[in-house]
Structures are given as structure tokens and as C-alpha cells.
Ligand binder design. Structure first.
Ligand code: FES
Length: 108
């Protein structure tokens, strides 16, 4: 049976992702980008909706991540495209912190 990704799953420790950094994690079968913006954690899909670029290999500036392939920008707080060529937003995940662990689940 496929592992459900509707529940929160532990993906990292808060120590893994200092302020201003991001990290690729896996939740179920999905690649997720977890980002620390000014001490608050956000999570969106890690695979660029344009042609599948790895967002964790891109550049984080404030709350926008730039895809390394064709430089689309996504807002990590909303998943929205801020600059093309991508046109479709990233999936957004709920994030919670428990005992120093970061947990995510697809936004419901
Ligand atoms: S794959 Fe990300 S902008 Fe093209």
C-alpha cells in the first residue's frame, strides 16, 4: 500500500535548516523544499513546475526561490509563480515543529 502523505511526516530537524537556508526532503513519494525564512519554516514542492528543475539547487532570496534551470521564481510562502517561464504554482505544504523536528503535510 502506498504510504499516505495526507498526515504530517517528520522530514528534518530544525538544526538542519538554519535561517535563510533551504533543504530538499522527501515526504512519502514527493520531493519537498523546506525553507527557513527569518526563523519561520515553509514548504513547497521541490520540482519546478516548468521542466522539473531542482529548486533546492537554486538560489533563495528572501521568500523567493529561483530555479537553477531557467530562473523561474516561486514564492515559498504561497507556492505562486513570481517570474516565468513557469506558469503553474508549486504544491504548498503545512509545516509544524514538534520537539525540534520539522513535519510537513500537503496543505488541506
Ligand atoms: S525548469 Fe525551472 S524554470 Fe525551467
Amino acid at each position: 500500500m502506498a504510504k499516505s502523505v495526507s498526515d504530517f511526516v517528520r522530514v528534518a530537524s530544525i538544526n538542519d535548516i538554519p535561517e535563510g537556508k533551504m533543504k530538499k526532503v522527501v515526504a512519502g513519494s514527493q520531493q519537498v523544499l523546506v525553507v527557513n525564512v527569518k526563523g519561520k519554516y515553509y514548504a513547497i514542492g521541490n520540482v519546478c513546475t516548468h521542466l522539473g528543475g531542482p529548486l533546492d539547487k537554486g538560489i533563495l532570496e528572501g521568500h523567493e526561490v529561483e530555479c537553477p534551470l531557467h530562473r523561474s521564481h516561486f514564492d515559498v510562502t504561497t507556492g505562486q509563480v513570481k517570474r516565468g517561464p513557469a506558469t503553474r504554482p508549486e504544491l504548498v505544504y503545512d509545516v509544524k515543529i514538534e520537539s525540534g523536528a520539522i513535519l510537513v503535510r500537503p496543505k488541506q
